[in-house]
Design a binder for this molecule. Sequence first.
Ligand code: ADP
Ligand code: MG
Length: 392
Amino acid sequence: MDKKSVRDLDVRDKRVLVRVDFNVPVKDGRVTDDTRINRALPTIRYLLDSGAKVALVSHLGRPGGMRNPDFEMDPVAGRLEDLLGEPIHKIDVAVGGEVDEALDSLESGVVLLENCRFYNDETKNDPGFSDNLAAPFDFFVNDAFGAAHRAHATTVGVASLLPSAAGLLMEKEIDYLESVLSNPERPFVAILGGAKVSDKLGVIESLLTTSDSLLVGGAMCFTFFKAKGYEVGASLVEDEYIEDAKRLMEEAGDKLSLPIDIVAAEKMEDGADTRTVKVDEMPSGWMGLDIGPETVELFAERASGAATIFWNGPMGVFEMDAFAKGTEGVARAVGESEATSVVGGGDSVAAVRKLGLDYEMSHISTGGGASLEYVEGKELPGVAVLPDKEDS
Ligand code: ADP
Ligand code: MG
């Protein structure tokens, strides 16, 4: 990565504000998935070991620019304290004199600021709010790759006011995505699934140029099948994207592989009657809800021959056991392959974790939307604003 790293900063006895991505699911006051907290630990530990005074700031959920007890950072503080093994001094604000006081009296552990989205000015990237955020600090470190596609005060505003650098997780995310995109070891196989073509049109186009083979499953394949003139029954189809699908298939030629068989059902329900059918034999009124076993075999074979794999989007409705086998089969194949494998996307990562296969992948991206925008070749404002290494 050519961006300045937290390792390039001299942080001893300095006050460092770290933007982390603690946007974790919380239920009944408890964090139900602490992946993102875990992934932020290396940067926090590095800074503590380097003698810095550390404060963390994150958003949590969508409180809509005002204080809301359902989105307070307290559950995160508890979980972070357990994981880090250091005291967490959670305060109820993100700006103002209380932040200064908390840092002044900090003897061990870290300060956790309140949800930055309690402030309406956060998402507006308001200059005055950014000034207030930056005021108590000497340095800013951005470790929230998952928020880097947003130009907000805690990702962009404050970075333009303080000497800044990328955190260790941010570095790792970018290094892995770069290794996939700029100079992948070949063959480079991309696997795309999930709900909608519309979400991922840019990603498909980009991967059609960079990959050697693009495998498409999930609901999005039905827009392609409809474009081919097949019966798709009641499957999820985006009619507005049929022309795009036709164009993509023409441009892609052999590079694009669609499923050859499908698990269909009359209803999207776990106990529903299912049938495995060839893709051009979908019973009318039925819905395609997973890729079939022959497709799993085809995709697995491609994965096993790959040197680099990028995977985004589940192959079927993996949340229901009846339609989870496609995603599971592909996850196992990607995990078993010798390739450098990068998995991105909120639901894809959830599926891989549910299967306990996360440690079989080279890299699991924590940045759902951000990693997709990166793959599309878009500039991420939170990354762009960080200074380059040679500027140091
Ligand atoms: P990610 O978060 O990994 O980027 P998406 O959000 O694009 O993935 O898509 C995930 C969703 O797609 C899941 O909720 C899954 O149930 C749904 N999905 C996958 N295949 C189908 C299908 N054939 N029909 C309907 N929904 C599907
Ligand atoms: Mg999703």
